[in-house]
Design a protein around this ligand. Structure first.
Ligand SMILES: [Zn+2]
Ligand SMILES: [Zn+2]
Length: 111
């Protein structure tokens, strides 16, 4: 599936950018950084994008139809343990996801 580039105007600095994503409240990369918004090129963001795409393509089920792998309660979202493997996800409920903490964003030296 190809995504069309569209022109979005940053809601903050009014610069315009050609991008595949964005919305009414679009912010350019610089303003995102300034405001502490998610970096569109971060592994975390890309991993979540990959899951969203896989769900649209029917490769992953809606997590809300699955059971949390930790507590067997109703899951609400997919949890990443390693953002370098964007589709290696497990359905979890919010509580268990919080308890799991953030995924690895890059190689961490163990020991
Ligand atoms: Zn801006
Ligand atoms: Zn759970």
């Amino acid at each position: 599936m190809t995504q069309k580039l569209r022109r979005f105007v940053c809601a903050n600095c009014k610069c315009s950018e050609l991008t595949t994503g964005g919305g009414i409240n679009y912010h350019c990369a610089e303003c995102r950084k300034e405001k502490g918004m998610p970096d569109l090129t971060s592994p975390q963001y890309l991993a979540h994008q990959a899951v969203a795409k896989a769900r649209k393509a029917g490769l992953l089920a809606d997590p809300k139809t699955l059971a949390c792998v930790d507590c067997q309660g109703p899951a609400i979202e997919y949890d990443h343990r390693d953002y370098s493997k964007p589709l290696a996800v497990e359905p979890v409920c919010r509580r268990c996801n919080l308890r799991r903490g953030p995924a690895l964003t890059q190689e961490v030296s163990h020991g």
